[in-house]
Design a protein around this ligand. Sequence first.
Ligand SMILES: [Cu+2]
Length: 301
Amino acid sequence: MQKAAVKMKPRIVFSQAMRIALAALVGLASVHPAFAATHNFTLTVGKGQIDIGGGMKYAAWTYNGAVPGPVLRVRQGDTVNIKLDNPTGDAHGIFVGAAQIAPHHFGGDPLTPVSYSFKADVPGVFAYHCTAIPVLDHIAGGMYGMMIVEPRNGWPSGPAQEVTLVQGEFYGLPNASGLINGDHAKMVAALPDFVVFNGKLNNYSLDHPIPLKTHKLVRIFFLNAGPNLNSTFDIEGVIFKNVYAGGNPANVTHGLDTYTVGPGASAVFEFQVDEPGNYPFADSSRAAAYKGALGIFSVKP
Ligand SMILES: [Cu+2]
């Protein structure tokens, strides 16, 4: 099972385990709003070369030193405190799609730290990204990530094998030493040179596929961070049992072979496979798959 690529340990004031233990103690459902948690997420801005696979490095702006940034996971009804630690001297910010607050909170300059709170009222898969101008360059530079707001009452289909996939685009070709400096003209033209899942070209190719089990529900949390192109997600040999637009259980459709997710948008895909094998997944835009948005689920009993 592919674990969410959490590279940061959030300081949870009221953890899930504590909530369940307490709920059991007093005979209440673990989902009782009184047991909503508070999450303090501090993300640190960085600037440096990151490995994007294929022997290449990308001159990136990062949250917590990685592209994408850490997966931030909360439950519907929880309070979320976001803080941006920006030691770079450059302007950066952080927008979180799950937050219903005035947008001025998301921005900042190096002298005004970004710090805000919101209640995660709506379940779903949400983007977070930089707000500094031009936003295009900051997202293409690597400043993006996924927040999951779990439904208050859990997923209608119950527990599953979970995978988090964030699709992103890199603009520019490598120099003689394999370093890519972001190409602004290509960003504006929406012509990426590389399209990737979780920050790396052919991240889940045959030599390191994502392992899954047969006869067990799989749930993919999918974010298309863009910044520019649609992604039509497809798994060969699979018809999605449920697709939740925006990752919200209220928006369910059934029996889809592919599903298109716009830039900045998201979905949750549920499916199950019964025959062992290697199941390729891709952006079914063939150009995007050719540019790296391609991977393998290795499904075993
Ligand atoms: Cu930025």
